[in-house]
Write a protein that binds this ligand. Structure first.
Ligand code: HEM
Length: 497
Protein backbone atom coordinates (compact mmCIF):
# COMPACT_ATOMS: atom_id res chain seq x y z
CA UNK A 1 0.00 0.00 0.00
CA UNK A 2 2.80 2.36 1.03
CA UNK A 3 4.66 1.53 -2.19
CA UNK A 4 1.67 2.24 -4.48
CA UNK A 5 0.99 5.51 -2.63
CA UNK A 6 4.62 6.39 -3.14
CA UNK A 7 4.37 5.54 -6.89
CA UNK A 8 1.22 7.63 -7.20
CA UNK A 9 3.00 10.47 -5.45
CA UNK A 10 5.91 10.14 -7.93
CA UNK A 11 3.56 10.10 -10.91
CA UNK A 12 1.72 13.23 -9.76
CA UNK A 13 5.05 14.97 -9.11
CA UNK A 14 6.32 14.08 -12.60
CA UNK A 15 3.12 15.31 -14.25
CA UNK A 16 3.18 18.56 -12.29
CA UNK A 17 6.87 19.10 -13.24
CA UNK A 18 6.15 18.48 -16.94
CA UNK A 19 3.25 20.97 -16.92
CA UNK A 20 5.33 23.48 -14.98
CA UNK A 21 8.29 23.08 -17.35
CA UNK A 22 6.02 23.52 -20.37
CA UNK A 23 4.45 26.65 -18.92
CA UNK A 24 7.81 28.00 -17.81
CA UNK A 25 9.31 27.34 -21.26
CA UNK A 26 6.42 29.06 -23.00
CA UNK A 27 6.62 32.17 -20.88
CA UNK A 28 10.41 32.27 -21.20
CA UNK A 29 10.81 32.17 -24.98
CA UNK A 30 9.41 35.14 -26.80
CA UNK A 31 8.49 35.92 -30.38
CA UNK A 32 11.15 37.54 -32.58
CA UNK A 33 11.16 41.34 -32.96
CA UNK A 34 8.43 42.70 -35.18
CA UNK A 35 8.10 45.92 -37.17
CA UNK A 36 5.06 47.96 -36.04
CA UNK A 37 1.79 46.40 -37.18
CA UNK A 38 -1.45 48.06 -38.26
CA UNK A 39 -4.89 46.72 -37.37
CA UNK A 40 -6.33 44.28 -39.93
CA UNK A 41 -3.44 44.43 -42.42
CA UNK A 42 -0.65 43.69 -39.94
CA UNK A 43 2.63 44.29 -41.79
CA UNK A 44 1.35 43.95 -45.35
CA UNK A 45 1.93 47.65 -46.00
CA UNK A 46 5.67 47.17 -45.39
CA UNK A 47 6.05 44.70 -48.27
CA UNK A 48 6.65 46.40 -51.58
CA UNK A 49 6.52 45.02 -55.09
CA UNK A 50 9.76 43.12 -54.42
CA UNK A 51 9.16 41.57 -50.95
CA UNK A 52 12.71 40.14 -50.64
CA UNK A 53 14.11 43.69 -50.87
CA UNK A 54 11.59 45.09 -48.36
CA UNK A 55 12.35 42.23 -45.96
CA UNK A 56 16.09 42.78 -46.37
CA UNK A 57 15.69 46.44 -45.34
CA UNK A 58 13.49 45.42 -42.38
CA UNK A 59 16.06 42.83 -41.27
CA UNK A 60 18.74 45.53 -41.13
CA UNK A 61 16.57 47.40 -38.65
CA UNK A 62 14.95 44.58 -36.66
CA UNK A 63 17.56 41.83 -36.81
CA UNK A 64 18.12 38.44 -38.49
CA UNK A 65 14.87 36.88 -37.23
CA UNK A 66 11.70 38.91 -37.63
CA UNK A 67 8.08 38.20 -36.90
CA UNK A 68 5.38 39.71 -39.08
CA UNK A 69 1.67 39.48 -39.63
CA UNK A 70 0.41 39.21 -43.19
CA UNK A 71 -3.20 40.07 -42.52
CA UNK A 72 -4.15 37.32 -40.07
CA UNK A 73 -1.25 35.01 -40.98
CA UNK A 74 1.91 34.92 -38.83
CA UNK A 75 5.21 34.81 -40.74
CA UNK A 76 8.83 34.56 -39.61
CA UNK A 77 11.72 35.57 -41.87
CA UNK A 78 15.36 34.65 -41.29
CA UNK A 79 18.07 36.61 -43.08
CA UNK A 80 21.57 35.43 -42.08
CA UNK A 81 23.58 32.25 -42.75
CA UNK A 82 23.46 31.24 -39.10
CA UNK A 83 19.70 31.67 -38.64
CA UNK A 84 19.09 29.90 -41.98
CA UNK A 85 21.23 27.01 -40.75
CA UNK A 86 19.15 26.71 -37.59
CA UNK A 87 15.90 26.67 -39.61
CA UNK A 88 16.94 24.50 -42.55
CA UNK A 89 19.39 22.09 -40.93
CA UNK A 90 18.91 21.89 -37.15
CA UNK A 91 15.11 22.21 -37.20
CA UNK A 92 14.43 21.14 -40.80
CA UNK A 93 12.03 18.42 -39.70
CA UNK A 94 10.00 20.92 -37.64
CA UNK A 95 9.30 23.14 -40.63
CA UNK A 96 9.54 21.20 -43.90
CA UNK A 97 5.87 21.40 -44.83
CA UNK A 98 4.34 23.98 -47.17
CA UNK A 99 1.52 26.39 -46.33
CA UNK A 100 -1.84 26.15 -48.04
CA UNK A 101 -2.03 29.06 -50.50
CA UNK A 102 -4.65 29.95 -53.12
CA UNK A 103 -2.22 30.18 -56.06
CA UNK A 104 -0.27 27.02 -55.34
CA UNK A 105 -3.48 25.08 -54.59
CA UNK A 106 -4.97 26.02 -57.97
CA UNK A 107 -1.84 25.37 -60.03
CA UNK A 108 -1.07 22.05 -58.32
CA UNK A 109 -4.54 20.47 -58.56
CA UNK A 110 -4.87 20.63 -54.80
CA UNK A 111 -1.23 19.89 -53.89
CA UNK A 112 -0.66 16.85 -56.11
CA UNK A 113 2.79 18.15 -57.14
CA UNK A 114 6.19 18.10 -55.40
CA UNK A 115 6.92 21.77 -54.73
CA UNK A 116 3.70 22.82 -52.98
CA UNK A 117 2.65 19.52 -51.46
CA UNK A 118 2.65 19.39 -47.64
CA UNK A 119 5.16 17.13 -45.89
CA UNK A 120 3.34 13.80 -46.11
CA UNK A 121 3.71 10.28 -47.50
CA UNK A 122 2.58 11.34 -50.98
CA UNK A 123 5.30 14.03 -51.15
CA UNK A 124 7.97 11.60 -49.92
CA UNK A 125 7.03 8.97 -52.51
CA UNK A 126 6.59 11.26 -55.49
CA UNK A 127 9.81 13.17 -54.74
CA UNK A 128 11.72 9.88 -54.48
CA UNK A 129 10.26 8.64 -57.75
CA UNK A 130 11.15 11.88 -59.57
CA UNK A 131 14.71 11.81 -58.25
CA UNK A 132 15.10 8.22 -59.43
CA UNK A 133 13.48 8.69 -62.81
CA UNK A 134 14.03 12.28 -63.87
CA UNK A 135 16.74 14.12 -61.98
CA UNK A 136 19.44 11.44 -61.81
CA UNK A 137 22.91 11.90 -63.30
CA UNK A 138 22.50 9.07 -65.82
CA UNK A 139 19.35 10.56 -67.25
CA UNK A 140 20.90 14.03 -67.45
CA UNK A 141 23.79 12.66 -69.46
CA UNK A 142 21.38 10.68 -71.64
CA UNK A 143 19.71 13.93 -72.74
CA UNK A 144 23.02 15.36 -74.01
CA UNK A 145 22.05 15.02 -77.70
CA UNK A 146 18.92 17.10 -77.06
CA UNK A 147 20.99 19.83 -75.44
CA UNK A 148 23.43 19.84 -78.35
CA UNK A 149 20.65 20.15 -80.91
CA UNK A 150 18.87 22.96 -79.07
CA UNK A 151 22.17 24.79 -78.56
CA UNK A 152 23.06 24.47 -82.26
CA UNK A 153 19.67 25.93 -83.19
CA UNK A 154 20.27 28.88 -80.90
CA UNK A 155 23.79 29.44 -82.25
CA UNK A 156 22.54 29.48 -85.84
CA UNK A 157 19.93 32.09 -85.02
CA UNK A 158 22.49 34.16 -83.05
CA UNK A 159 24.94 34.01 -85.95
CA UNK A 160 22.23 35.31 -88.32
CA UNK A 161 21.48 38.29 -86.06
CA UNK A 162 25.20 38.84 -85.52
CA UNK A 163 25.83 39.01 -89.29
CA UNK A 164 23.28 41.82 -89.50
CA UNK A 165 24.72 43.46 -86.38
CA UNK A 166 21.22 43.44 -84.90
CA UNK A 167 20.79 43.15 -81.13
CA UNK A 168 19.29 39.95 -79.79
CA UNK A 169 16.87 39.74 -76.88
CA UNK A 170 18.91 37.37 -74.70
CA UNK A 171 16.22 37.06 -72.02
CA UNK A 172 13.89 35.58 -74.67
CA UNK A 173 16.49 33.45 -76.45
CA UNK A 174 17.68 31.84 -73.23
CA UNK A 175 14.12 31.07 -72.18
CA UNK A 176 13.45 29.27 -75.46
CA UNK A 177 16.71 27.36 -75.11
CA UNK A 178 15.76 25.98 -71.67
CA UNK A 179 12.12 25.48 -72.71
CA UNK A 180 13.36 23.44 -75.69
CA UNK A 181 15.63 21.28 -73.55
CA UNK A 182 13.20 20.75 -70.65
CA UNK A 183 10.23 19.97 -72.93
CA UNK A 184 12.13 17.42 -74.98
CA UNK A 185 14.02 15.91 -72.06
CA UNK A 186 11.09 15.57 -69.67
CA UNK A 187 8.06 15.37 -71.94
CA UNK A 188 9.69 13.87 -75.05
CA UNK A 189 8.09 16.62 -77.14
CA UNK A 190 9.65 19.46 -79.04
CA UNK A 191 8.72 22.88 -77.68
CA UNK A 192 7.66 24.01 -81.17
CA UNK A 193 5.12 21.18 -81.36
CA UNK A 194 3.33 22.28 -78.19
CA UNK A 195 0.76 24.96 -77.50
CA UNK A 196 3.56 26.70 -75.59
CA UNK A 197 5.03 27.94 -78.85
CA UNK A 198 2.26 30.38 -79.65
CA UNK A 199 1.94 34.02 -78.79
CA UNK A 200 -0.55 33.44 -75.99
CA UNK A 201 1.60 30.79 -74.41
CA UNK A 202 4.88 32.71 -74.59
CA UNK A 203 3.89 34.51 -71.45
CA UNK A 204 2.49 31.43 -69.72
CA UNK A 205 5.43 30.46 -67.52
CA UNK A 206 6.38 34.02 -66.41
CA UNK A 207 2.69 34.84 -65.76
CA UNK A 208 2.15 31.71 -63.63
CA UNK A 209 5.31 32.46 -61.63
CA UNK A 210 4.23 36.05 -61.08
CA UNK A 211 0.85 34.85 -59.81
CA UNK A 212 2.54 32.36 -57.48
CA UNK A 213 4.81 35.09 -56.14
CA UNK A 214 2.11 37.71 -55.63
CA UNK A 215 0.36 38.20 -52.33
CA UNK A 216 -3.19 36.95 -52.57
CA UNK A 217 -5.77 38.34 -50.14
CA UNK A 218 -7.38 34.87 -49.86
CA UNK A 219 -4.19 33.71 -48.14
CA UNK A 220 -4.28 36.41 -45.48
CA UNK A 221 -8.01 36.77 -44.82
CA UNK A 222 -9.39 33.22 -44.95
CA UNK A 223 -13.12 33.99 -45.26
CA UNK A 224 -13.31 37.32 -47.06
CA UNK A 225 -10.01 37.55 -48.97
CA UNK A 226 -11.46 36.01 -52.12
CA UNK A 227 -13.67 39.11 -52.56
CA UNK A 228 -10.56 41.31 -52.67
CA UNK A 229 -8.87 38.92 -55.13
CA UNK A 230 -11.85 39.28 -57.46
CA UNK A 231 -11.72 43.02 -57.10
CA UNK A 232 -7.98 43.25 -57.91
CA UNK A 233 -8.29 40.84 -60.86
CA UNK A 234 -5.91 38.29 -59.31
CA UNK A 235 -8.62 35.63 -59.18
CA UNK A 236 -9.31 35.97 -62.93
CA UNK A 237 -5.60 35.87 -63.80
CA UNK A 238 -5.18 32.75 -61.65
CA UNK A 239 -8.11 30.98 -63.30
CA UNK A 240 -6.88 31.83 -66.79
CA UNK A 241 -3.33 30.75 -66.02
CA UNK A 242 -4.62 27.45 -64.60
CA UNK A 243 -6.77 26.89 -67.72
CA UNK A 244 -3.84 27.55 -70.07
CA UNK A 245 -1.57 25.23 -68.11
CA UNK A 246 -4.28 22.59 -68.12
CA UNK A 247 -4.53 22.88 -71.91
CA UNK A 248 -0.78 22.30 -72.14
CA UNK A 249 -1.03 19.18 -69.96
CA UNK A 250 -3.99 17.82 -71.94
CA UNK A 251 -1.93 18.19 -75.10
CA UNK A 252 1.05 16.42 -73.52
CA UNK A 253 -1.13 13.49 -72.43
CA UNK A 254 -2.83 13.30 -75.86
CA UNK A 255 0.49 13.26 -77.69
CA UNK A 256 1.67 10.42 -75.47
CA UNK A 257 -1.50 8.40 -76.01
CA UNK A 258 -0.94 8.62 -79.77
CA UNK A 259 2.74 7.81 -79.62
CA UNK A 260 4.07 4.47 -80.95
CA UNK A 261 5.17 1.77 -78.49
CA UNK A 262 8.62 1.55 -80.03
CA UNK A 263 9.50 5.14 -79.11
CA UNK A 264 11.63 5.89 -76.03
CA UNK A 265 9.85 5.97 -72.69
CA UNK A 266 9.95 9.40 -71.06
CA UNK A 267 8.75 10.82 -67.73
CA UNK A 268 5.19 11.37 -69.01
CA UNK A 269 4.95 7.73 -70.15
CA UNK A 270 6.09 6.64 -66.72
CA UNK A 271 3.47 8.79 -64.98
CA UNK A 272 0.75 7.55 -67.34
CA UNK A 273 1.73 3.98 -66.53
CA UNK A 274 1.27 4.71 -62.82
CA UNK A 275 -2.24 5.96 -63.57
CA UNK A 276 -3.10 2.97 -65.75
CA UNK A 277 -1.86 0.51 -63.14
CA UNK A 278 -3.93 2.32 -60.48
CA UNK A 279 -0.88 2.76 -58.29
CA UNK A 280 -1.47 4.20 -54.83
CA UNK A 281 0.96 6.93 -53.79
CA UNK A 282 0.53 8.25 -50.26
CA UNK A 283 -3.05 7.31 -49.45
CA UNK A 284 -4.72 7.95 -52.80
CA UNK A 285 -4.81 6.56 -56.32
CA UNK A 286 -2.58 8.24 -58.87
CA UNK A 287 -4.85 10.04 -61.37
CA UNK A 288 -4.64 12.38 -64.38
CA UNK A 289 -4.58 15.34 -62.01
CA UNK A 290 -1.42 13.98 -60.38
CA UNK A 291 0.21 13.75 -63.81
CA UNK A 292 -0.84 17.29 -64.68
CA UNK A 293 0.39 18.72 -61.36
CA UNK A 294 3.81 17.16 -61.88
CA UNK A 295 4.07 18.35 -65.48
CA UNK A 296 3.27 21.90 -64.39
CA UNK A 297 5.87 21.62 -61.64
CA UNK A 298 8.57 20.70 -64.11
CA UNK A 299 7.45 23.41 -66.51
CA UNK A 300 7.45 26.14 -63.87
CA UNK A 301 10.46 25.01 -61.84
CA UNK A 302 12.62 23.79 -64.68
CA UNK A 303 12.46 26.28 -67.52
CA UNK A 304 12.92 29.76 -66.20
CA UNK A 305 15.34 29.10 -63.30
CA UNK A 306 18.26 28.19 -65.58
CA UNK A 307 17.32 30.84 -68.17
CA UNK A 308 17.15 33.55 -65.52
CA UNK A 309 20.56 32.58 -64.14
CA UNK A 310 22.16 32.71 -67.59
CA UNK A 311 20.53 36.08 -68.31
CA UNK A 312 21.81 37.64 -65.07
CA UNK A 313 25.28 36.19 -65.68
CA UNK A 314 25.41 37.62 -69.21
CA UNK A 315 24.15 40.98 -67.90
CA UNK A 316 26.87 41.10 -65.20
CA UNK A 317 29.57 40.11 -67.69
CA UNK A 318 28.46 42.60 -70.34
CA UNK A 319 28.80 45.46 -67.88
CA UNK A 320 32.15 44.13 -66.61
CA UNK A 321 34.25 43.72 -69.82
CA UNK A 322 37.37 42.70 -67.84
CA UNK A 323 35.53 39.72 -66.33
CA UNK A 324 34.00 38.88 -69.71
CA UNK A 325 37.48 38.71 -71.26
CA UNK A 326 38.80 36.66 -68.34
CA UNK A 327 36.11 34.00 -68.50
CA UNK A 328 36.28 33.85 -72.30
CA UNK A 329 40.09 33.38 -72.20
CA UNK A 330 39.73 30.49 -69.77
CA UNK A 331 37.19 28.78 -72.04
CA UNK A 332 38.98 29.52 -75.31
CA UNK A 333 42.44 28.48 -74.10
CA UNK A 334 41.05 25.02 -73.41
CA UNK A 335 38.31 24.56 -75.99
CA UNK A 336 38.54 27.51 -78.42
CA UNK A 337 38.56 25.30 -81.52
CA UNK A 338 35.49 23.24 -80.54
CA UNK A 339 32.14 23.73 -82.19
CA UNK A 340 30.32 22.62 -79.03
CA UNK A 341 31.75 22.10 -75.56
CA UNK A 342 30.31 19.04 -73.83
CA UNK A 343 28.79 18.69 -70.36
CA UNK A 344 31.91 16.83 -69.11
CA UNK A 345 34.27 19.48 -70.44
CA UNK A 346 32.55 22.25 -68.48
CA UNK A 347 33.90 20.49 -65.35
CA UNK A 348 37.40 21.83 -66.06
CA UNK A 349 36.43 25.51 -66.14
CA UNK A 350 37.11 26.85 -62.66
CA UNK A 351 36.67 30.57 -63.31
CA UNK A 352 33.43 30.04 -65.20
CA UNK A 353 32.04 28.17 -62.21
CA UNK A 354 33.04 31.09 -59.98
CA UNK A 355 31.12 33.45 -62.29
CA UNK A 356 28.02 31.28 -61.90
CA UNK A 357 28.31 31.13 -58.10
CA UNK A 358 28.74 34.88 -57.95
CA UNK A 359 25.65 35.29 -60.15
CA UNK A 360 23.67 33.10 -57.74
CA UNK A 361 24.96 35.05 -54.73
CA UNK A 362 23.63 38.37 -56.07
CA UNK A 363 20.74 37.08 -58.18
CA UNK A 364 19.31 33.90 -56.62
CA UNK A 365 16.43 32.87 -58.89
CA UNK A 366 14.05 32.27 -55.97
CA UNK A 367 15.10 34.91 -53.43
CA UNK A 368 12.80 33.82 -50.58
CA UNK A 369 12.93 30.09 -51.47
CA UNK A 370 9.47 28.50 -51.33
CA UNK A 371 7.47 29.21 -48.16
CA UNK A 372 7.65 26.60 -45.40
CA UNK A 373 5.03 25.82 -42.78
CA UNK A 374 6.05 25.19 -39.17
CA UNK A 375 4.69 21.84 -37.92
CA UNK A 376 6.32 21.71 -34.47
CA UNK A 377 7.41 24.65 -32.34
CA UNK A 378 11.14 25.35 -32.06
CA UNK A 379 13.55 28.20 -31.35
CA UNK A 380 15.97 30.24 -33.44
CA UNK A 381 18.45 32.42 -31.53
CA UNK A 382 16.27 31.85 -28.44
CA UNK A 383 13.15 33.19 -30.19
CA UNK A 384 9.99 31.13 -30.36
CA UNK A 385 8.97 29.88 -33.83
CA UNK A 386 5.33 28.88 -33.20
CA UNK A 387 3.47 26.08 -34.90
CA UNK A 388 1.43 26.99 -38.04
CA UNK A 389 3.67 29.95 -38.80
CA UNK A 390 4.85 30.59 -42.34
CA UNK A 391 8.66 30.58 -42.53
CA UNK A 392 10.69 32.30 -45.24
CA UNK A 393 14.45 32.37 -45.70
CA UNK A 394 15.73 35.47 -47.41
CA UNK A 395 18.52 34.04 -49.57
CA UNK A 396 18.80 37.36 -51.42
CA UNK A 397 19.59 39.14 -48.12
CA UNK A 398 22.03 36.38 -47.10
CA UNK A 399 23.97 36.96 -50.34
CA UNK A 400 24.37 40.60 -49.30
CA UNK A 401 25.20 40.00 -45.63
CA UNK A 402 28.33 42.09 -44.90
CA UNK A 403 29.38 39.66 -42.14
CA UNK A 404 29.47 36.82 -44.66
CA UNK A 405 30.74 38.65 -47.75
CA UNK A 406 33.33 41.39 -48.29
CA UNK A 407 32.06 44.21 -50.56
CA UNK A 408 28.75 42.38 -50.90
CA UNK A 409 27.31 44.69 -53.58
CA UNK A 410 30.23 44.11 -55.97
CA UNK A 411 30.26 41.35 -58.59
CA UNK A 412 33.62 39.66 -57.85
CA UNK A 413 33.82 35.99 -58.98
CA UNK A 414 37.39 35.80 -57.61
CA UNK A 415 35.96 35.73 -54.08
CA UNK A 416 35.38 32.01 -54.66
CA UNK A 417 39.04 31.33 -55.45
CA UNK A 418 40.50 28.81 -52.96
CA UNK A 419 37.10 28.59 -51.28
CA UNK A 420 35.17 25.40 -50.56
CA UNK A 421 31.79 27.11 -50.71
CA UNK A 422 29.39 25.19 -52.95
CA UNK A 423 25.67 25.42 -53.71
CA UNK A 424 24.67 22.00 -52.38
CA UNK A 425 22.89 23.37 -49.33
CA UNK A 426 25.73 22.87 -46.84
CA UNK A 427 27.11 26.40 -46.98
CA UNK A 428 24.41 28.63 -45.60
CA UNK A 429 25.88 31.83 -47.02
CA UNK A 430 25.04 30.62 -50.55
CA UNK A 431 21.68 28.88 -50.99
CA UNK A 432 20.44 29.27 -54.60
CA UNK A 433 18.86 25.77 -54.42
CA UNK A 434 17.73 25.99 -50.77
CA UNK A 435 18.73 23.39 -48.19
CA UNK A 436 17.28 20.51 -46.21
CA UNK A 437 14.42 18.21 -47.14
CA UNK A 438 12.72 20.73 -49.44
CA UNK A 439 15.88 21.60 -51.34
CA UNK A 440 15.67 21.62 -55.15
CA UNK A 441 15.85 17.98 -56.31
CA UNK A 442 17.23 19.05 -59.72
CA UNK A 443 20.40 20.79 -58.57
CA UNK A 444 22.64 18.79 -60.90
CA UNK A 445 20.28 19.20 -63.87
CA UNK A 446 19.97 22.97 -63.28
CA UNK A 447 23.70 23.56 -62.76
CA UNK A 448 24.63 21.56 -65.86
CA UNK A 449 22.11 23.46 -67.99
CA UNK A 450 23.54 26.81 -66.88
CA UNK A 451 27.18 25.73 -67.33
CA UNK A 452 26.55 24.21 -70.73
CA UNK A 453 24.59 27.19 -72.05
CA UNK A 454 26.96 29.88 -70.82
CA UNK A 455 30.19 28.17 -71.79
CA UNK A 456 29.07 27.66 -75.38
CA UNK A 457 27.69 31.18 -75.80
CA UNK A 458 30.90 32.67 -74.43
CA UNK A 459 33.13 30.46 -76.53
CA UNK A 460 31.57 30.99 -79.95
CA UNK A 461 30.64 34.68 -79.74
CA UNK A 462 31.97 37.98 -78.55
CA UNK A 463 29.22 40.06 -77.01
CA UNK A 464 28.71 43.74 -77.68
CA UNK A 465 26.23 46.19 -76.29
CA UNK A 466 23.81 47.75 -78.84
CA UNK A 467 25.20 50.82 -80.56
CA UNK A 468 25.43 53.89 -78.36
CA UNK A 469 24.98 51.91 -75.14
CA UNK A 470 27.63 51.98 -72.41
CA UNK A 471 28.36 49.39 -69.70
CA UNK A 472 26.75 51.55 -67.04
CA UNK A 473 23.53 51.67 -69.11
CA UNK A 474 22.84 47.95 -68.57
CA UNK A 475 19.83 48.03 -66.26
CA UNK A 476 19.84 45.54 -63.39
CA UNK A 477 16.35 46.09 -61.90
CA UNK A 478 14.30 43.07 -60.94
CA UNK A 479 10.74 42.15 -61.92
CA UNK A 480 8.36 40.82 -59.24
CA UNK A 481 7.43 37.13 -58.98
CA UNK A 482 8.26 33.85 -57.31
CA UNK A 483 11.40 33.77 -59.43
CA UNK A 484 13.17 37.00 -60.22
CA UNK A 485 13.44 37.90 -63.89
CA UNK A 486 15.47 40.84 -65.10
CA UNK A 487 12.94 43.65 -65.45
CA UNK A 488 14.38 45.02 -68.68
CA UNK A 489 15.21 42.57 -71.45
CA UNK A 490 18.94 42.07 -71.98
CA UNK A 491 19.82 43.16 -75.52
CA UNK A 492 23.24 42.12 -76.86
CA UNK A 493 24.88 41.86 -80.28
CA UNK A 494 26.54 38.46 -80.84
CA UNK A 495 29.72 38.71 -82.92
CA UNK A 496 30.86 35.38 -84.29
CA UNK A 497 34.57 34.69 -83.75
C1 HEM B 1 19.40 26.76 -62.08
C2 HEM B 1 18.36 26.01 -61.92
C3 HEM B 1 17.51 25.87 -60.68
C4 HEM B 1 17.50 26.61 -59.52
C5 HEM B 1 18.40 27.79 -59.15
C6 HEM B 1 16.47 26.04 -58.66
C7 HEM B 1 16.15 26.50 -57.39
C8 HEM B 1 15.17 25.96 -56.58
C9 HEM B 1 14.82 26.46 -55.27
C10 HEM B 1 15.44 27.66 -54.60
C11 HEM B 1 13.83 25.67 -54.77
C12 HEM B 1 13.13 25.82 -53.40
C13 HEM B 1 13.92 25.15 -52.34
C14 HEM B 1 13.36 25.39 -50.95
O1 HEM B 1 12.19 25.77 -50.81
O2 HEM B 1 14.13 25.21 -49.99
C15 HEM B 1 13.55 24.65 -55.76
C16 HEM B 1 12.63 23.64 -55.58
C17 HEM B 1 12.30 22.76 -56.57
N1 HEM B 1 12.88 22.66 -57.83
FE1 HEM B 1 14.45 23.73 -58.54
N2 HEM B 1 15.88 24.98 -59.30
C18 HEM B 1 16.49 24.84 -60.55
C19 HEM B 1 16.19 23.90 -61.51
C20 HEM B 1 15.17 22.99 -61.43
C21 HEM B 1 14.79 22.08 -62.49
C22 HEM B 1 15.50 21.99 -63.84
C23 HEM B 1 13.72 21.35 -62.03
C24 HEM B 1 12.92 20.28 -62.70
C25 HEM B 1 12.98 19.93 -63.95
C26 HEM B 1 13.45 21.80 -60.65
C27 HEM B 1 12.47 21.27 -59.82
C28 HEM B 1 12.23 21.68 -58.53
C29 HEM B 1 11.19 21.08 -57.67
C30 HEM B 1 10.25 19.95 -58.05
C31 HEM B 1 11.25 21.77 -56.44
C32 HEM B 1 10.38 21.52 -55.21
C33 HEM B 1 11.09 20.66 -54.16
C34 HEM B 1 10.23 20.34 -52.94
O3 HEM B 1 9.48 21.19 -52.47
O4 HEM B 1 10.35 19.22 -52.43
N3 HEM B 1 14.35 22.79 -60.33
N4 HEM B 1 14.38 24.84 -56.85
Amino acid sequence: MAISLYLLYLLVLTLVSIIFLKLFKQSNSKLPPSPPTLPIIGNLHQLGELPHQSLWRLSKKYGPVIFMKLGTVPMIVVSTPDTAKQALRVFDLNCCSRPSLAGSRKLSYNYKDIAFSPFDDYWKEIRKLSVQELFNIKRIHSIQPIKYEEMRKLMTSLAESGAKKSPVNMSEKLLSLTAGVVCRASFGVSFQDTVLDSERFNELVPEALEILGSFSASDFYPYIGWILDRFTGLHKRRERSAQDLDAFCEQMIDLHLKKGKEENEDFVDLLMKLEKEKVVLGQAKFTTNNIKALLINILLAGIDTSAITMTWAMAELSRNPRLMRKVQSEIREKYGDKELISLEETEELEYMKMVIKETWRLHPTTPLLLPRQVMTEFEIDGYKIPVNTRLQVNVWAIGRDPDAWKDPEEFIPERFMDSNINVKGQNFELLPFGSGRRMCPAIYMGTKMVEFGLVNLLNRFDWELPEGMKCEDVKMEEAPGLTIYKKHDLLLVPVKR
